[in-house]
Design a binder for this molecule. Structure first.
Ligand code: ZN
Ligand code: ZN
Length: 190
């Protein structure tokens, strides 16, 4: 009976006009016979399914590019960080060496090492003594705030002795892992 109604008004499946309509495409509303309606899991018609797959592929392509780009930028950042560290170390090292070497080569290298480590020691000291700690520290030595700063400088130099080789090691490690990560991402999307 239902069949008759549909054939009577001259509407059949879009692809197979002689077949009974059992559903319509959820996207475009095209009438579909049983064969057409069950062809794809998406329950979409031929055209809409093609469109959906194309869109999905495009999304995947975009994601792939984004992922590759991210890995590349991450590696770039780590390389930049390494270059920055090397430049600072070399510049401070040369200054330190020229100050210290007037008392002999040994002193030159010691000063170079100390000065190269200072920024990293200073940074660590500041991280350890956040704003409140610093206020507390200066208050404690209120009358002798210069002493407080001398202690702070001395600590920064001392921490720097160990901090810069460690920082260098960590930075190189970051570059290596970032490069590995980039390779893996590129391999995964081949
Ligand atoms: Zn459709
Ligand atoms: Zn059909």
């Amino acid at each position: 009976m239902e069949n008759q109604v549909k054939t009577n008004i001259g509407v059949g499946c879009f692809e197979h006009p002689d077949k009974t309509v059992v559903a319509s495409c959820p996207n475009c509303g095209k009438f579909m016979c049983k064969e057409c309606a069950t062809k794809y899991d998406s329950k979409l018609c031929e055209d809409c399914e093609k469109e959906r797959v194309a869109k999905q592929e495009q999304n995947y392509e975009n994601m792939k590019q984004q992922h590759k780009e991210q890995a590349k930028n991450y590696k770039k950042d780590t390389v930049k960080e390494l270059i920055k560290l090397c430049v600072i170390t070399v510049v401070l090292g040369i200054i330190g060496f020229s100050i210290g070497s007037s008392d002999g080569m040994g002193n030159g290298f010691t000063m170079a090492w100390l000065l190269a480590g200072f920024p990293w020691g200073w940074r660590i000291i500041n991280q350890l003594m956040d704003g409140n700690m610093m206020t507390w520290f200066i208050l404690l030595t209120e009358k002798f705030w210069i002493v407080a700063y001398i202690i702070k400088f001395a600590l920064a130099f001392f921490i720097g002795i160990f901090a810069w080789p460690i920082k260098l090691g960590i930075t190189i490690y970051h570059v290596v892992t970032a490069k590995k990560y980039e390779n893996n991402v590129n391999k995964a999307y081949k």
